[in-house]
Design a protein around this ligand. Structure first.
Ligand code: GLY
Ligand code: MN
Ligand code: MN
Length: 431
């Protein structure tokens, strides 16, 4: 791995939190992601399944984690199955986890080779009554491919029809939503790498630069700082491109007088950061650009202050809508009649701000986390209001990642990343 080793105490704690919620005589199994084929003999880079990583730290393909807290033999209460290496794999792919390394990484004492899974699993299933399956219940999931996990579930249902089934996902949604100190450190590191990338850009952006050149600058800075690269597909959108919310072509020239919206951030050790900044291509905001920018910044600051324990996600979004409505009235983009006659299901502000203000962030950019119960300390959310005005050829979004505290305002993991107009203009003037 490119990242520094993570203390296995994190994964030991994570497993404890998961198994504490398991039913008596139950087994939970977690599978790696597949390595996805492109065609011929090429594949996409491997990305570990985030739940398996969260519970074991194992960042290798074809790994299986089995948790069985009531196993009669204590050595089978947690077992990690890893791919056995051989001389051929060593020459073509390089080092794989040895059993000792797998223990060191995960804190799990019992490591078996993957080839032993079938036999060990059958034996343990004869002791168990319930099997936990790890289905994807993220509120925005839209998966069409069959995962390794899906294939496992299908086979398991066929082979063990008399067992009861249970769901891992609600437990994971709850526990993954609240970050441990070790996780906050990794996320801070991802944010710090993102900061380096963004600062590099401030002296690089000028009229005539192409969006993909900006992407290349960021990738250079991210990778040299031990990141695999972007935490999600980067959006580098000059002028009207900013009004396409998921613009990822990044293939246009940046023109004098335009703003450029950049939703770009690094991953570190599989943890995401998620940043958006919008800056003037020529280094100076026009009066109108500055007005819109400062309206977005005010909404962001006021929204951030609402992220405290007890806040309900849905209520918070309603309040953010009200803040935005008042700014849009101030900018002359809405008038009072628009607001008076608005459809409560699609309020007038949605014309200029059509996405949510916040999402959980962690091992996934749009992470797991409770959304229907009150917010708790150590949840990490983005705050990302925007105003999109195609008629004026501009879109402004600002986004930081913040940690909810027991008391007081949330802690901004991106507090060192320039955001004030004067600071941005000052740094861009230093070419
Ligand atoms: N970059 C994805 C998002 O901001 O949610
Ligand atoms: Mn973003
Ligand atoms: Mn985001």
């Amino acid at each position: 791995m490119r990242y520094a080793p993570i203390p296995n105490s994190l994964f030991i704690k994570n497993r404890k939190k998961f198994t504490a919620q398991m039913k008596p005589k139950s087994i939970a199994v977690f599978n790696s992601n597949d390595i996805y084929p492109i065609g011929a003999d090429s594949t996409l880079p491997f990305e570990q399944d985030r739940d398996l990583f969260y519970l074991s730290g194992a960042d290798q393909e074809e790994t299986i984690l089995l948790l069985f807290p009531d196993a009669l033999d204590p050595k089978h209460r947690e077992v990690l199955f890893v791919r056995e290496t051989n001389d051929h794999i060593a020459v073509w792919e390089g080092a794989k986890l040895s059993k000792e390394e797998a223990t060191q990484t995960s804190g799990i004492q019992t490591i078996y080779w993957l080839t032993e899974f079938k036999k060990v699993f059958f034996d343990l299933m004869t002791e168990a009554e319930v099997i936990y399956f790890n289905t994807n219940e993220h509120y925005r999931q839209a998966v069409e491919t069959q995962t390794r996990e899906d294939r496992f579930i299908e086979k398991c249902k066929k082979d063990f029809p008399a067992h009861q089934w249970a769901k891992s996902n609600p437990i994971l949604q709850e526990i993954r939503g609240i970050k441990e100190p070790e996780e906050l450190e990794l996320m801070q590191r991802a944010c710090n790498i993102t900061e380096k990338g963004f600062r590099r850009l401030l002296s690089f952006i000028r009229p005539g630069v192409w969006e993909h050149e900006i992407e290349a600058e960021l990738l250079h800075e991210f990778v040299r700082n031990r990141s695999k690269g972007f935490a999600y597909q980067p959006i580098i959108a000059a002028g009207n491109n900013a009004n396409v919310l998921h613009y990822v072509e990044n293939n246009q020239e940046c023109r004098d007088g335009d703003l450029i919206l950049m939703d770009v951030a690094a991953e570190y050790a599989n943890y995401s950061s998620d940043l958006t900044r919008t800056v003037p291509v020529n280094g100076r905001f026009t009066k109108r650009q500055r007005q819109v920018y400062e309206a977005v910044l005010r909404v962001k600051n006021e929204a951030t202050a609402m992220l405290v324990p007890g806040t309900l996600w849905a209520e918070y979004h309603k309040e953010c809508g009200k803040l935005m409505t008042s700014e849009l009235l101030g900018l002359g983009l809405l008038d009072k009649a628009d607001v008076q006659h608005q459809d409560p299901d699609w309020p007038a502000y949605k014309k200029y701000f059509m996405h949510g203000t916040s999402h959980h962030i962690g091992l996934n950019t749009h992470d797991y986390g409770a959304l229907k119960t009150p917010m708790k300390a150590n949840m990490v959310f983005t705050v990302e209001p925007g105003i999109y005005i195609p008629a004026e050829g501009m879109g402004v979004r600002l986004e930081d990642d913040v940690v909810i505290q027991e008391t007081g305002a949330p802690y901004n993991l991106m507090k060192n990343i320039p955001i004030e107009v004067d600071e941005i203009e000052g740094l861009m003037a230093q070419k």
